[in-house]
Design a protein around this ligand. Structure first.
Ligand code: SF4
Length: 423
């Protein structure tokens, strides 16, 4: 379950019950200071709490010092194979070092890096990857890849503990979603250290986002995972950050910016809702609050389904309606739906987060809604009315049965004789 221990990557706590930290990795050559800093600022604006940069060459580690000084968010130096780069990255002030002890050149070199990290107070992310497990686990990997991953991770943790080092988090990466889920579930029961979650080489924005949402979402819903990175094949690292946030927002683990809800559309749609959704999503990026905005393609089901939304729109062929918390606000022309929606949202903020209602406009909108609701649609209001009518009918029937007139009974005079009546 959720990790007991935590580390601090700069000012960001990871683990120990802290909010799940969003991280990503720059895709630039780290030594290209301008490009790397531009990307770091972009991902920070998109909501990254932490960013990792690759440090494969001396010129990258030279740039690292400036990057650490200028970055608005903590920097993790990503090191493979070369332990001297890890030592130099610690000297450069990296807020955390990522290394896989299995590929850094042997136990002495790992011990050297750990000693330096301990002295500098630099946390380490240690990890294992399904593609590079130690040789003694290859057979196990073939027969049981989950056990092999977990064994490798536990061995790494034991190595850190033998070095009397506890300032670390652990990642266990696999390209397989089921193996990612199973191995992290197992590992979370075995160690108290924070877990970094990710599905490695997840794929394109489309498939990688889905794989990550399924794999990481399942673990996060179980309370497992302290920081996440979505790996997507795109140069735009901010896309990884956006996907990470959508996963956290969907699970209500963290809040950031507005939440957009939109119906899937169907044959009842009579306006260009695709462009409306895209435009609303784009304009909502300017708002920081977790405002919930709903877009319904038609009013067939009323607006009951969107009664929790702070604001919403529903359209038809020529006109549509703006509503708030399930109550009509205003009828507008279809082409003005988006502008009018944002006018209402801005009025709400200007009034100190109070919905501003014009009763005449609201009445006109309610009238439009009544005319546009499908008379056969099963709205929540109609379900409630039908249930009430049925209950009343049943109550009437029950009371009628209590007042059976014996003269009208089908058995009257056949099974028994009343006093004074002929048999
Ligand atoms: S709200 Fe209307 S357009 Fe959207 S899916 Fe439902 S019935 Fe279809």
């Amino acid at each position: 379950m959720a990790s007991e221990r935590h580390v601090h990557v700069g000012a960001v706590q990871v683990g120990g019950g802290a909010p799940v930290a969003v991280q990503t990795m720059t895709k630039t050559e780290t030594a290209n200071l301008q490009a790397t800093m531009d990307q770091i600022r972009t991902v920070a604006d998109a909501g990254a709490d932490i960013v990792r940069v690759a440090v494969p060459r001396d010129r990258d580690v030279e740039a690292l010092k400036t990057i650490v000084e200028q970055s608005p968010i903590p920097i993790i130096a990503d090191i493979h194979f070369n332990h001297t780069l890890a030592l130099k990255a610690i000297d450069a002030g990296a807020h955390c070092i990522r290394l896989n002890p299995g590929n850094i050149g042997g136990p002495e070199k790992v011990a050297e890096v750990i000693a330096k990290a301990k002295q500098a107070g630099t946390p380490i992310r240690v990890g294992v990857n399904s593609g590079s497990l130690p040789a003694h686990l290859r057979d196990l990997e073939y027969s049981n890849p989950v056990d092999a991953l977990v064994t490798a991770a536990v061995e790494t943790v034991e190595l850190m503990e033998r070095l009397d080092f506890h300032d670390f988090k652990v990642s266990m990466k696999s390209t397989s979603v089921p193996n990612t889920i199973a191995s992290n579930r197992l590992l979370s029961e075995k160690i108290p250290y924070p877990l970094h979650l990710g599905v490695t080489e997840a794929g394109t924005k489309w498939s990688g986002s889905l794989k990550s949402a399924v794999g990481l979402g399942t673990l996060l819903a179980d309370g497992i995972g302290d920081t996440i990175r979505i790996s997507l094949s795109t140069f735009h690292a901010e896309e990884e950050v956006k996907v990470a946030w959508e996963i956290l927002k969907a699970l209500k683990l963290r809040e950031r910016g507005p939440v957009l809800i939109a119906c899937p559309t169907c044959g009842r749609l009579q306006f260009d809702m695709d462009s409306v959704v895209v435009e609303v999503e784009r304009r909502l990026e300017a708002y920081a609050d977790p405002l919930e905005v709903s877009i319904l393609g038609c009013a067939v089901n009323g607006i009951g389904e969107a009664r929790h939304a702070d604001f919403g729109i529903t359209g038809a062929k020529d006109s549509g309606m703006i509503y708030s918390k399930g109550e009509p606000l205003k009828k507008v022309k279809t082409e003005n739906l988006v502008d009018e929606l944002f006018a209402e949202i801005d009025k709400y903020y200007e009034a100190g987060k109070v919905v501003v209602r014009d009763e005449a406009a609201a009445a006109e909108a309610a009238q439009w809604l009544a005319e546009n609701e499908d008379e056969f649609a099963i709205t929540p209001e109609r379900i409630a009315a039908a249930e009430k009518a049925k209950a009343e009918e049943e109550a009437e029937l029950a009371s009628a049965m209590l007042k059976v007139d014996e003269d009208e009974s089908p058995v009257a005079g056949r099974r028994f004789k009343r006093d004074g009546q002929a048999a």
